[in-house]
Write a protein that binds this ligand. Structure first.
Ligand SMILES: Nc1nc2c(ncn2[C@@H]2O[C@H](COP(=O)(O)OP(=O)(O)OP(=O)(O)O)[C@@H](O)[C@H]2O)c(=O)[nH]1
Ligand SMILES: [Mg+2]
Length: 301
């Protein structure tokens, strides 16, 4: 364990990768690693990228990673893909490699299946490992739709929502709640037809709530420098820095609830009163709602 922790703190990629696999798969081992490195963390900022399949997330992240790198950031890229950890990561890796980014940019996928809140918890801990290893900007690609995006947006400092003019993205986005979670909205593929129309639709949708809506083309390298500049500005904005506190509040609350849930399930299932109550409900002596309420009130004193 101490060899692994030393390796992380020295920024050795092999140790970082091993630690990430552990954090992604083994909660009890993860606790030990985080305990050892926690004090060495605190420098990394996170930007989450979300948007429908094929909207160009990986391509754009590749471009932005290179741009941030040239500005002096130590960049890591993470793909969160609970459905297919291997292919997701490989595709992301290929795309980022195709951008011929420097070796100094760390690219990795994580699967993070598991308990409720498991994805954001793993993500936060993977970020901590990268943070302790010296990376100060983590770009996170989420692969999937709906709930996952919303969960990830609660675990990162800034959320970028990416739209694709080739598809009926605006309607899908509203359905998935994506128009609520973004700090920046990007119309990618602005080299293609329909980008300006989509830009206008999204600008109208987002209204004047001071969120940024921009057009760019990851493929043609258009608008990338401008987008990077805007993101740097946001990263240094006090409001976004203070988001770290609310992320921690969420995380702590989830963890406490998880522990309570685990401990109380055992207690409930083993209690005689629980079994008696089931019979009482069956015999119509009490209704399920009141039975549950009374039982819970007795446990939580
Ligand atoms: N014309 C055009 N094509 C683009 C642009 N950006 C990305 N693409 C293409 O769109 C396709 C999908 O790009 P990806 O970067 O893999 O998209 P993604 O959102 O990461 O896709 P998933 O990870 O599968 O959800 C690829 O063929 C890219 O080359 C762009 O700005 N313009
Ligand atoms: Mg991708």
């Amino acid at each position: 364990m101490s060899g692994l922790v030393d390796g992380i703190l020295k920024g050795e990629k092999r140790s970082i990768s091993r630690a990430i696999s552990i954090v992604d798969n083994n909660e009890s081992e993860s606790v030990k690693i985080i305990h050892k490195i926690y004090k060495k963390t605190g420098n990394a900022k996170t930007i989450g990228f979300t948007g429908s399949t094929g909207s160009g997330k990986s391509t754009l992240i590749g471009r932005l990673a290179a741009e941030f790198h040239s500005l002096g950031y130590k960049v890591a890229v993470l793909a969160v893909d609970p459905s297919s950890p291997l292919t997701g990561g490989a595709l992301l890796g290929d795309r980022v490699r195709m951008m011929s980014i420097s070796d100094e940019i760390y690219v990795r996928s994580m699967a993070s299946r598991g308990a409720e809140g498991g994805i954001s918890r793993s993500l936060r801990n993977v970020v901590r490992i990268l943070d302790a290893a010296g990376y100060n900007l983590i770009l996170v690609e989420s692969v999937g739709a709906g709930q996952l995006e919303i969960e990830i947006s609660k675990a990162v400092n800034i959320t970028v929502v990416i739209f694709n003019p080739q598809t009926g993205d605006s309607i899908q986005a509203i359905k998935a709640g994506l128009t609520e979670i973004g700090d920046v909205y990007v119309i990618n593929k602005s080299d293609l037809e329909g980008a300006t129309i989509l830009y206008n639709i999204i600008s109208d949708l987002i209204g004047n709530n001071k969120k940024l809506v921009v057009k760019c083309s990851a493929k043609m390298q258009k608008g990338i420098k401008e987008l990077t500049k805007s993101l740097v500005k946001l990263l240094n904005d006090e409001k976004y820095q203070s988001r770290e506190k609310s992320i921690l509040e969420n995380e702590l609350r989830d963890m406490i609830l998880n522990v309570i849930k685990e401990k109380s399930i055992e207690k409930i299932m083993n209690s005689q009163e629980y079994n008696k109550l089931v019979n009482k409900i069956l015999k119509k002596e009490v209704d399920p709602y009141n039975a549950a309420l009374n039982f819970a009130n007795k446990i939580i004193v």
